[in-house]
Design a binder for this molecule. Structure first.
Ligand SMILES: N[C@@H](CCC(=O)N[C@@H](CS)C(=O)NCC(=O)O)C(=O)O
Length: 195
């Protein structure tokens, strides 16, 4: 059984989208970060950085319990466990490079937009959205099939709300966002009530 520890933030819902998409049985443990549930000594044993999300898989590698924190690591772990969302052998390089493009560029830049008032974040965000928009022209997903390369950026792009950086200005990204939103597992994760 998978125990997911999360709250309804972009990082928390990324892990929830992934576990819903995996189809694996799981229990959602709500960690109310406004109340400081992430700061308890019990939770620190699961994530020493004391942030959500994290998961404990009672049947990890070798049948032993495994603990995973960092939402992107959770995406990779569950994709490997369920044997989906990593692409076919020929598609795997695309899944890897676009997953890491998002993980190391997009999540940080879009997360900083609006919180840190510096033009470099805006410039970077527009450049990244432009790159995504070009790549998505004439294709449904970042790789050949829906994969973690779509799951990793989804909640972050969905949460962009900025005066000058608008997803609607990038029609291929906006259409991709809608396609991901329409998936039943994604809808369940996004509609999940916290608190
Ligand atoms: N890189 C981490 C970021 C985790 C993170 O920043 N979590 C936030 C909520 S989105 C949190 O737990 N904040 C509470 C705190 O810092 O005390 C991931 O993707 O999992």
């Amino acid at each position: 059984m998978i125990d997911l520890y999360a709250w309804g933030t972009t990082n928390g819902r990324r892990a929830l989208v992934m576990v819903e998409e995996s189809g694996l049985p799981f229990i959602l443990n709500q960690i109310n970060i406004q109340k400081g549930d992430q700061k308890t000594p019990e939770y620190a044993k699961i994530n020493p950085f004391r942030k959500i999300p994290a998961l404990v898989d009672s049947e990890g590698p070798g049948g032993k319990p495994a603990t995973v924190f960092e939402s992107v690591a959770i995406c990779f772990y569950l994709a490997e466990k369920c044997g989906r969302f990593l692409g076919s052998a020929s598609d795997h390089p695309d899944v890897l490079k676009w997953s890491m493009f998002h993980a190391t560029n997009v999540l940080c830049t879009m997360g900083s937009l609006g919180r840190i008032d510096h033009p470099s974040f805006e410039e970077n965000a527009l450049k990244q959205l432009g790159t995504m928009n070009e790549h998505l022209a004439g294709r449904d997903w970042f790789a050949a099939e829906f994969s973690i390369a779509d799951i990793i950026p989804f909640t972050r792009i969905n949460g962009v709300s900025h005066e000058r950086v608008k997803v609607s200005d990038f029609p291929n990204v906006a259409a991709w966002l809608q396609r991901v939103s329409d998936r039943p597992a994604v809808r369940r994760a996004m509609e999940c009530k916290f608190g």
